[in-house]
Design a protein. Structure first.
Length: 197
């Protein structure tokens, strides 16, 4: 497997019980944290990481993963999309030794380190692979939630799986999770007016 890295200012929360045979684990210091060198939690995502520009995935980094972590999964969704929570990025089987992801990650079904991309760009139907940056309709800024999940091992899923497949698989293997939220509005729009849930 291949290690990955992730982004800015995330708040940790260990996950509630998932399976009668497995109890969630917490990191040794109780803090699983995700952040990005490109933006701070709650701040605007730079345009270079959006669909209006180069559409490069942002650099991410994390710390405080629980003991026993065997892989990581990363999900990026826009909960403010009019059609429902819009999936922008799924990456799983990130090697447990990784603590960061570089900017501009390759949009391949499987990366050289073994990490796999799921399908994204949609709510119920997904037609793309790899990171797809913010591109909300004109108006209020949307929130983009990067969720990193520490798992007890790799997931038995193929590249191109859906968010529904991934979340179902995560349920039985999650140890802890952390989030980082950025906001984005189309050029010329006011980013302070974040869309309501």
């Amino acid at each position: 497997m291949v290690p990955l890295a992730i982004g800015v200012g995330a708040v940790i929360s260990t996950v509630a019980p998932m399976s009668p045979r497995r109890q969630p684990m917490a990191s040794s210091n109780g803090t699983f944290h995700l952040e990005s060198p490109a933006f701070r939690d709650g701040d605007p995502i730079p345009v270079i990481h959006s669909g209006e520009s180069l559409n490069l995935s942002p650099p991410l980094r994390w710390s405080g993963a629980p003991s026993g972590t065997g892989s990581f999964a990363l999900l990026l969704e826009d909960p403010d999309a009019p059609a429902g929570s819009w999936v922008h990025w799924l990456l799983f089987n990130i090697p447990p030794q990784l603590r960061a992801l570089p900017a501009g990650l390759e949009r391949a079904p499987q990366l050289a380190n073994g990490a796999r991309h799921g399908s994204c760009w949609g709510v119920g139907r997904f037609e793309r692979i790899g990171y797809q940056g913010p591109l909300p309709p004109a108006g209020a800024a949307h929130r983009y939630v990067f969720e990193l999940v520490a798992l007890d091992g790799p997931l038995d899923l193929e590249p191109g799986c859906t968010v529904f497949d991934l979340r179902a698989a995560i349920t039985e293997h999650q140890l802890a999770r952390t989030q980082l939220t950025g906001i984005y509005a189309r050029s010329g729009e006011e980013t302070r007016n974040v869309a309501a849930i």
